[in-house]
Structures are given as C-alpha cells and as structure tokens.
Ligand binder design. Structure first.
Ligand code: T1G
Length: 675
C-alpha cells in the first residue's frame, strides 16, 4: 500500500495500490504513519511522495463512499503533510486526480512529469474536492483558474499546471523526476495554506454567469463555487469547515449516488460475463469501411484518429471524393478550435485509402459496413464481402435496427460477423452497441470490445432484436409521443417535459435532427399519419429547414403553424376531440414506457445487466447523467409507482402494449403499491 525507502537524508514514500493508487483506508493509514515517522526521524531531512506505476493517484477510493469512512480521514492526513517541519515534495509521476492532486497540494513543492495530467474531477461524481482542494488550489493559482479546474472537473497538462503556479517544475523523463524533486530537499517547508488567495468572491460570481453550461441541472458545481468563495473570504479553518460541510451534504445526495453509479456502470459494461477476461484477441492492423456517407466517414475517423489505417470503399468516385472531403472538413474544424494540429490532421488523412475497388477490403482485418439501412442491400453487401474478405477477418454491420443473424447467414463465416452500431455523429458520440450474433465467436466479440475502448468509445454488448437496446427503447417513446399529440398535446409540450427532465432534446426535436423521413415509404400520395404528411410536404426536419418545427438559417427552431394545422386536420380525420393532457401523462407514456421496455430487454437477455442499459442512454442519447440512466432513475422513481402509472394509462398505449413481468416483480419486491 505504502512503501518507504531512504536515499541519504531523503525519505521516498510511494503510494502503491494498483490499479490506480486509490486512497483507500489502508493507503491513508500508511501515509499518515510514514509522514509521522519522517517528522520524528532526525536522519530524515526531506520527504518525497510519489506513486507506483504510471499514475500518481486517482484519488479517494470511490467504492468507499456511501459507507462509514475509516480513519484516518484524508483531510487529516494532508494536514499532517502540510504541517510536517521538513520539506515534503510531490514527485508527480503520472495522472494525479482528486484526492491524489490534493496530496500534492498539501505538499510544500510539486514537480511533475511532462506527461502527467492533474485534475479535480470530483464534480463529475456529484461532489467536490473534500480534502482541502477548494482551499489550497486558489492559494496557488487564484480564484478564477481554480474554479475552472474544480467546476469543469477537467484535468490540465503539466505544462499548463506549471504556467498557473500549480506545479513548481516540469521534467521530461521519469528518470529525472526524483532528482528534480530532491533539488527542493534543502528548501524550507512552505505550507500552501499560508499563501494568500488572489481573486475574490466577485470573480467567482462572474465565473458562474459566464459558464451556465457547467451548472445546468447539477447541484455540485454551485457547492464548488461556495467553497472556493470561502477560500477567498474566510480564514483557512473556516474555509476547510465549509468545504467539509458541503462535501458531506453532496456525497450523501441523490445526484452523487447517480453519478457514481454511472462511473462504475461504464466500466462494468466492458465486462462480458460469459467470457474469460484474458481471451486472446484477433489482431486488427487495417480497417475497411464500406460506405463514405455521414456514418461511414464518421466511423472511419474513429480509427484514423487512433492511428489505424482505413480502406474506405464506395460505388462512385463522386461519393468517395465527397466522403473523404467530409472527413478532412471535420478534422480541420477540430483543428480550427485548437484541438488538433495541422500535422495531426495530415497524419490522419494519410492513413485513409479511399477506393472504388471492393476487392481492396481483402487486406483488412475488420470491415464495417455502413450502407443504406435496408436488409436486402446489406445482405447483398455481405455476400460480396464474404467472397473478398481474408480468412479470420471480422465483418461488422453498422445497422441500427436490423437482424444481425440474418446478415451473418449471408456469409460462410457467421462466427466472424457481429454488429457495431455507432451513434451519429459517429466520430463524436461515445457509445457503440456491439451486437452479438447467435454465432459470433467469443474472440470476435472480445476483439471488438477491446478495439472499441482503444478508439475512445464506450462499447456495450447487445443481443439481436429490433433496435437492440437504445433504439428499441426509443420505439414506445416515439409512438406514444405521436399519439399524445394526436390526443391533444403539442410537440412543444411533449418536448418540454423531456428537456425539463434533463434530456438535450425531446422526441420531436430529435426526430427533426435525425430526419423525419427516416423509415418513410417515399410515396407522397400515401399519407397514413402525421409523419407521412410532413414528409409529403418535404418537411424532413432540420436538413430541409422544416419538420415538426420551422428552422431558420442558423437552425434555430420555432413553432410551426403549418404543423399545428396538420395536427388539427389529422385529429378531425381520425374523429379525435383534443383533450388537455397533463405532463404526468407524458412522463408515464414516454419515460415509464422506456423503463418497461428496458425491463423486457433484461428479461430477454438482450442486455447483460441493468446498468448497461443506463450506459447506452447516457452515452447514446444524452440521458441526464445526474439521474444515473433510465434504469437507475426508475429504481429511485419507484417501480410500484411506475407500474401503477403504466396501468393507469394502459388503454391509451399503442396496440400490443404489455407490462414487463420483471418490472412487476421489482414493484412487488421493492415498495408497497402506490394507493
Ligand atoms: N476509486 C475506486 N476505483 C477506481 C477509481 C477510484 N478513484 N478510479 C478508477 N477505479 C477503478 C475503475 O473502476 C476500474 O475498476 C479500474 O480502477 C481501472 O479504472 C477526497 C473525494 C484514473 C483516469 O474521479 O478517472 O478523490 O473496472 O478503467 O481507463 O477530494 O480511472 O477494473 O474493476 O478507469 O486507465 C476522484 C476516477 C475521486 C478519478 C484511469 N477521482 N478514475 O483510467 O482505468 S473522489 C476520480 C478515473 C476524491 C477527494 C475526492 C480513471 C483514471 P475495474 P479505469 P483508466
């Protein structure tokens, strides 16, 4: 847990708690003992604190939260470091996050490896730095820079940290780190807390006003600001007491429990229950992408950005050229924001091989099909692919709904076939549903799960059904949303219920973004429902400037009198007398029905675990992270309340609606039925 070794008068204390040097009870106790011993030991002139392996420390052990925390508490350990009469130097050998960075802040000097990342991500867990970070960081970097780090939760590089005064020196090589730290061994012990804070409460208020996005729907960011304000306005002891009070309030709150659930859910999703963790993976040195459209180009970018060569195949030179140009345009837009260098753009583009030669896919270890969402087209493509792909190549479809087993059956190698459902825009959205076919080989699944993480995605295993996990849950939501509008609600009212809940957009806004014409039969004469009517009028959504809403040149939406008239017309045609619909009914019919579908997905084994469903919605659709995801939220909402709501509106649900037996069991098991 803690290793101590003496080199002359310098005592090196190493935090050694794989895999991330989390500061669990044993580490805290060991650190406290080592510091106390060093303070007493006359032969020790200075102390260097560092981490084992590639990390300094990932901070407090998050799995300890929600239970009584064993002594010593981290703030007390850090106070002992800060008040040590001998200089204590942090040798930051790698990532230092949360309590890990707070250890460094309590040290008298900080030397960092150039590759190290330093951050206080507590706010992403719904808490705040609870071991002096909100009081010491402003004393090193000032109120504004401290707020930026603490409220965003984003790490900074070692060079940025040096420029702001957070670290005293940056060294390029790990070999030089200890010596650089030792150079401070004859410097005086210099408590961070003894410094003055630059900046004041007014600059904190200005930060809040300038960054509304960081605060939307969340409680922790406001507490972060209150704690940093305390650093600027109160004596240290009172500032630390304010921080402690706020930390204890937040850590027991619902948002932090949900955000911690999301943190571990994302990591659990990577585990495939019935496969050994160390199963051999197939090598993937070159990736083929069939289709250079929006999805194909976005998919290709994921691999290019990870340094993997991509062969991109199209059927026409014009489509190929357009696709390659779109990739370059996306990269250049990122570079324009300073997030990529020109060299990086050129390096990525150099890995792209656009070709009309379908046979070129024979050199690829993985081929991803991203053609038109039509089963016949996909079967035809996989038939051709089977003839050219090399033996052992993995063949993946980017289908968002269709039967992966039926696609696999068009090849002589169904064991090498699976789905990789990317979410649009594929180069941005982190979720990829990895659809496991009945015959998909274990090593194929394991290879794609590992590759998904390598390209920076959050892969979740899904079984084969229409829409897999995410889009299958979307079906009852969208069907009910349309019915609610026919019965008397407006698109605006339904969408507002969802955006007030915390979704980035509601069902109709999303339809306009994705395209009202998705799945349309393309016959403008055939008008069966409101969507057909919109499509027939060319109202295909944002891309045509009009859908359920009207859009200006900047894609700003406004209510549409045309749509309102169409709704009226359809109500008359269906003989529907519109009625006032309360928001509660919208919640039941569009959110509770999603939970119900999620329960069925679990019953059928389409998802490995309930938290995987949460991960799909958090990373695929922007479900508000501070509620944990649909299934975590449902438990908090109350399964009995959900079942009662579904029963109350059962008659209004689309044909074939039924309540999941699993959901009923959970309702019975967890709570008394709502009266
Ligand atoms: N506590 C407990 N377990 C942790 C952990 C932590 N802080 N960090 C990671 N793990 C587990 C993780 O669940 C996974 O487990 C394994 O370690 C590898 O993680 C007082 C109160 C450090 C950037 O928020 O951001 O300090 O799945 O897959 O991709 O003010 O882990 O293998 O069983 O993510 O190399 C603040 C959270 C805590 C940092 C490494 N610190 N961790 O990423 O590995 S609160 C954080 C990360 C705090 C103080 C407050 C990342 C990483 P398993 P991994 P990685």
């Amino acid at each position: 847990m803690i290793r101590s070794e003496k080199t002359g008068p310098i005592l090196r204390i190493t935090i050694d708690n794989p895999p991330v040097n989390a500061l669990g009870a044993g580490v805290r106790a060991g650190l406290a003992q080592a510091i106390a011993a060093a303070a007493e030991d006359q032969s020790v002139g200075a102390v260097i604190v560092t981490g084992s392996g590639k990390l300094f420390s990932a901070g407090a052990d998050i799995s300890e939260f929600g239970k009584p925390l064993a002594d010593p508490q981290l703030p007390d350990v850090l106070a002992a470091i800060e008040t040590c009469p001998k200089p204590v130097i942090a040798a930051i050998n790698g990532t230092a996050l949360g309590g890990g960075l707070e250890i460094a802040l309590a040290c008298h000097y900080r030397v960092a490896l150039a590759s190290a990342k330093l951050g206080l991500p507590e706010v992403k867990l719904g808490i705040l730095p609870g071991a002096g970070g909100t009081q010491r960081l402003p004393r090193l970097v000032g109120v504004e820079a401290a707020l930026k780090m603490i409220v965003s939760g984003d790490p900074v590089s070692a060079s940025t940290a040096a420029a702001s005064g957070l670290v005293d020196m940056v060294v390029e090589s790990a070999e030089g780190l200890f010596d650089a730290a030792a150079a401070f061994a004859n410097s005086p012990a210099r408590p961070t807390s003894a410094r003055a804070v630059s900046g004041d409460a007014a600059s904190a208020d200005a930060f809040v006003a300038a960054n509304p996005r960081l605060f939307r729907g969340l409680t922790a960011p406001f507490a972060c600001v209150e704690a940093v304000k305390a650093a600027a306005t109160l004596p240290l002891a009172e500032g630390l007491a304010t921080e402690r009070r706020l930390f204890l309030e937040l850590v027991s709150g619902e948002q932090s429990q949900a955000l911690r659930h999301a943190f571990f859910a994302e990591r659990s999703a990577a585990r495939i229950e019935d496969l050994p963790k160390d199963i051999a993976k197939r090598p993937v040195g070159r990736v083929g992408v069939i289709g250079a459209g929006t999805m194909g180009g976005g998919i290709a970018m994921n691999f290019l950005s990870a340094g993997l060569p991509v062969t991109m195949v199209e059927t026409s030179a014009e489509a190929l050229e357009r696709g390659a140009a779109l990739i370059r345009k996306n990269y250049e837009a990122t570079a324009a924001k300073g997030r990529l260098t020109t060299a990086q753009v050129e390096a990525a583009m150099a890995l792209l091989t656009p070709t009309l030669e379908f046979g070129a896919l024979g050199e690829c270890d993985l081929v991803i099909e991203a053609v038109y969402e039509n089963m016949e087209v996909k079967k035809q493509v996989f038939g051709r692919l089977d003839a050219v792909a090399r033996p052992g190549a993995i063949l993946a479809s980017n289908t968002s709904y269709l039967d992966v087993d039926a696609i696999a059956a068009c090849t002589s190698r169904p064991q090498d076939v699976l789905g990789m459902h990317f979410f649009s825009p594929a180069n941005v959205m982190k979720l990829v549903e990895v659809v496991r076919g009945a015959k998909t080989a274990p090593d194929v699944l394991a290879t794609i799960m590992a590759l998904g993480q390598k390209i920076g995605k959050v892969p979740v295993v899904a079984g084969v059904c229409y829409g897999f996990i995410g889009n299958r849950m979307l079906i009852p939501r969208q069907d009910n949303a349309l019915s609610l509008v026919m019965e008397g609600a407006s698109p605006e009212q339904v969408d507002k219920v969802h955006t007030d809940f915390g979704m980035p957009m509601g069902p109709f806004q999303m339809t306009d973004l994705a395209g009202v014409d998705i799945g349309w039969h393309r016959d403008p004469e055939r008008i069966d429902d409101l969507k057909d009517a919109l499509c027939a009028q060319g109202r295909w959504g944002q891309k045509t400037g009009a859908g359920f809403y009207d859009y200006d040149a900047a894609r700003k939406r406004s209510s549409s009198p045309v749509v309102a008239a169409l709704i009226e017309e359809f109500r008359k045609r269906e003989g529907v007398t519109p009625r006032a619909i309360c928001d509660e009914e919208i919640v039941v019919r569009t959110l509770y029905t999603m939970v119900n579908e999620g329960a069925k997905i679990l019953e059928e084994g389409i998802a490995q675990r309930s938290s995987d469903i949460d991960v799909v919605w958090l990373y695929g659709y922007g479900w508000p992270r501070w509620t944990g995801g649909p299934m975590f939220w449902a438990e908090r909402e109350g399964f009995a309340k959900i079942v009662a709501g579904l029963e109350r509106y059962a008659k209004s649900m689309p044909e074939g609606f039924s309540i999941s037996p699993l959901l009923r069991q959970q309702a019975t098991a967890t709570e008394e039925p709502v009266a």
